[in-house]
Design a protein around this ligand. Sequence first.
Ligand code: ADP
Ligand code: MG
Length: 267
Amino acid sequence: MSATTMETAVTATAPEPMIKADAVRKSYGQLEVLKGIDLQVARGEVVCLIGPSGSGKSTLLRCMNHLESIEGGRMWVDGKVMGYDIKGSKLHEQPHAKVCRSRTEIGMVFQHFNLFPHMTVLENLIEAPRLVLKESRAAASNRAMVLLDSVGLADKAKAYPRQLSGGQQQRVAIARALCMKPKVMLFDEPTSALDPELVGEVLKVMKDLAATGMTMVVVTHEMNFARDVADRVVFMDNGHVVESGPAKDVIGNPQHERTRAFLASVL
Ligand code: ADP
Ligand code: MG
């Protein structure tokens, strides 16, 4: 079946989750990092991904965003194939342009904010909408200012990243991702690099975003955020999803010994 036919078939079975991972496998050389991940994220759902360092959380996010190819299984985002087993298949040739377009619909926020240092905050926000979405400067700037306001930084539009605190830079990074009108937002430990007193302002912005109905996958060690905001918590260890469920169950009453051991180390 061609990739186009397959995508059509997948779309036809709606309602579908926003993200679907089906037996996803990923290796770096001999090291198998994802060992058959099954995961679904519904539209509007907020999922917190927790687990020890090295368990594969960042790799899984990168596979969702097609920053990594996968060796087994399938990954769909919004009904589109974002990753697939390329062995013995020509699937990887056809959908690449679509994958690139789909990637613009997925916002990603990293631990290190990765703002362009030589651009003002506003220029950081309008760069991709202008270049990728071909928006006019005026249209992009208007939306950027609304989004800057929503993260409490409208007065910093003309500042350079180095003039901002880490928490402010991360809020700019979130606004920048939102400027691309994403359908999904992926966060990879967005507060891990911040001084403790700056964590709250970033989590508040993320909580506000969740309240708008945005679909979010958040890798975090902030268990209070997971408890307050996540619809579901997924615990990963050693390339497997070990446990998944409402935060009150996974964090409050974990069923697996490995989950208990991990929580004991972070709580
Ligand atoms: P986590 O985000 O849960 O800490 P990662 O997904 O970053 O875990 O990493 C999972 C495993 O994959 C680790 O053993 C890590 O060293 C390895 N790994 C991650 N990225 C690469 C890479 N680009 N090349 C080789 N190994 C990698
Ligand atoms: Mg990581």
